[in-house]
Design a protein around this ligand. Structure first.
Ligand code: DUC
Ligand code: ZN
Ligand code: ZN
Ligand code: ZN
Length: 492
């Protein structure tokens, strides 16, 4: 690693523009972007001729060291972030889970977990109950702790799930704070019922997971959340969109002008549910996540439909829901799929899989690739252009991708602690050869150079661009044009 780096001769790609240029980095910041930069010999020079120089990936959705379903995800802040860097991701936003309902205790717990960070990170926070304390603590999180997004689970009955009353309270609070409301959109009561039905039918294996929570339940919850957000008039972010049903709801709302963001995840874009029927329990259980990976070959919900839907409908950003559980943990559900910890990997694979599946296949452009893997996430969470751009003054989070090189995914070579990989055996074109994280060369020649503590917390401010328009200053201005209406109390 070096504090001065020159990247020579590559094609520099931003979300709306690409050009051949050099990029000069000093003290963790991009200091110049232009052709033919001359430097002294104290500068590390990287030749990027024939390659793409792009903003490092930002993964909007991960769960590192998360306690969930009686266990904890197998990647902590060091191993998960090291894996991310090896795959070209230079920042992620992780979900803080409150401790016994306390947001501040949850925040402190995650500050502790993140002490070994080797990559920059931000936090979302889950809201799992409602009272005056939660409401006050949300305010503290936004105004003092750098959190600008809160997630509400409409599934996981009896654990994380919130009802419509709580969701409404949460939406109103988010609106007043300028924080983005996020939802896990599945109907938790119906899922609970569906799970009982499967067990009664004797379907206790991993396939029961998919059968118990069909896409219609994702469509219902997505529609409900969208309408409640419209009722409150606040922006909404739907995490892990896994079905065309949900995408169509998002598309309709967006067409009407509603501010709704849909976040597909790589597992949904690349995989289908066939693995859940594998006769080997562990092989099948590794595909268990929620919402489930959908079936293929029926047109409506296949991964190809998901890709096309993504291109046609949302095209905002792509996450992973990286939530890794190893074989021992997955085996908790050997007799009952309801006990299989939900989650798949992806933090290390996202940049490669999105390149191969979407760019290499010709479905999106290279500038689109930068937008959906980095820039749009930075905009939505209000950290653009510090993150998500190759611009003078931006953090030097940069990848060099060789479009002619290839990758192959395997648990034997990945950097996550996971003993399996849900993308095992997938090969493709386009390889991240160099990753630079805030000016440090952390991945080069297949070698990771990282140390705990190098990653920094990125505070996120409220009132992102999604809150623009009529909601803030405009509303005040518009109402100031008219004299207040005086009304008399009706008498009965
Ligand atoms: N879905 C998962 O698969 N894991 C973590 C939480 C979630 O919503
Ligand atoms: Zn230019
Ligand atoms: Zn979720
Ligand atoms: Zn998640």
């Amino acid at each position: 690693s070096s504090s001065k780096i020159l990247i020579k001769g590559g094609t520099v790609v931003n979300a709306h523009h690409q050009e051949i240029a050099d990029v000069y980095v000093e003290d963790g910041i991009i200091a110049a972007v232009k052709p033919n930069i001359k430097v002294g010999d104290d500068v590390t020079v990287l030749d990027a001729t024939g390659k793409f120089v792009m903003p490092g990936g930002i993964d909007p959705h991960t769960h590192l060291a998360m306690e969930f379903m009686g266990t904890e995800t197998i990647d902590d802040y060091f191993s998960g972030q090291a894996a991310a860097l090896a795959g070209g991701t230079t920042m992620h936003i992780d979900f803080v889970i409150p401790v016994k309902g306390s947001l501040s205790a949850g925040f402190e717990a995650y500050v502790g977990k993140a002490k070994k960070a080797c990559m920059d990170y931000g936090f979302h926070m889950a809201i799992t109950k409602w009272d005056e304390t939660v409401s006050k603590e949300m305010e503290i999180m936004v105004k003092e702790k750098g959190i600008n997004s809160f997630k509400f689970f409409l599934a996981y009955k009896g654990a994380l799930m919130v009802n419509d009353e709580l969701l409404l309270e949460g939406l109103k609070k988010c609106k007043s704070l300028g924080a983005l409301a996020m939802v896990h959109a599945e109907n938790g009561d119906a899922v609970f019922e569906g799970q009982k039905r499967m067990i009664e039918l004797g379907i206790t294996g991993p396939e029961g997971h998919a059968l118990s929570r069909p896409a219609v339940l994702e469509g219902e919850a997505t529609a409900r959340a969208i309408r409640l957000a419209a009722f409150v008039n606040t922006p909404l972010y739907i995490v892990h969109v896994m079905s065309i049903d949900a995408m169509e709801e998002i598309a309709t709302a967006r067409k009407s002008g509603q501010r709704v963001i849909g976040e597909p995840v790589v597992s949904g874009l690349v995989l289908d549910d066939s693995g859940l029927w594998d006769p080997d329990f562990i092989t099948a259980a590794k595909f268990v996540m929620s919402p489930p990976i959908r079936e293929s070959g029926h047109g409506k919900l296949s991964k190809l439909a998901c890709q096309q839907g993504f291109c046609r409908i949302t095209k905002n950003l792509v996450g992973t829901d990286h939530c890794p559980f190893n074989s021992t943990q997955k085996a908790f559900g050997i007799d009952d799929f309801r006990k299989i910890p939900n989650g798949v990997n992806g933090i290390e694979e996202r940049m490669h899989l999105v390149w191969d599946t979407m760019v290499e296949s010709g479905q999106i452009s290279i500038t689109d690739y930068v937008r959906i893997t980095s820039t749009e996430c930075a905009r939505i969470f209000n950290i653009y252009p510090r993150k998500g751009a190759i611009l003078v003054g931006s953090d030097a989070d940069i990848i060099i991708l060789n479009p002619n090189s290839s990758f192959e995914i395997s648990a034997t070579s990945h950097h996550s602690r996971l003993d399996t990989n849900v993308f095992e055996g997938i090969r493709g074109k386009g390889k991240v050869e160099v990753t630079i994280a805030r000016g440090r060369i952390v991945w080069e020649n297949g070698q990771l150079k990282v140390a705990p503590g190098e990653g920094k917390y990125v505070e996120m401010r409220p009132f992102s661009y999604l809150f623009g328009g009529i909601d803030k200053a405009d509303a005040k201005y518009l109402s100031s044009l008219r004299a207040p209406v005086k009304r008399f109390k009706a008498t009965t």
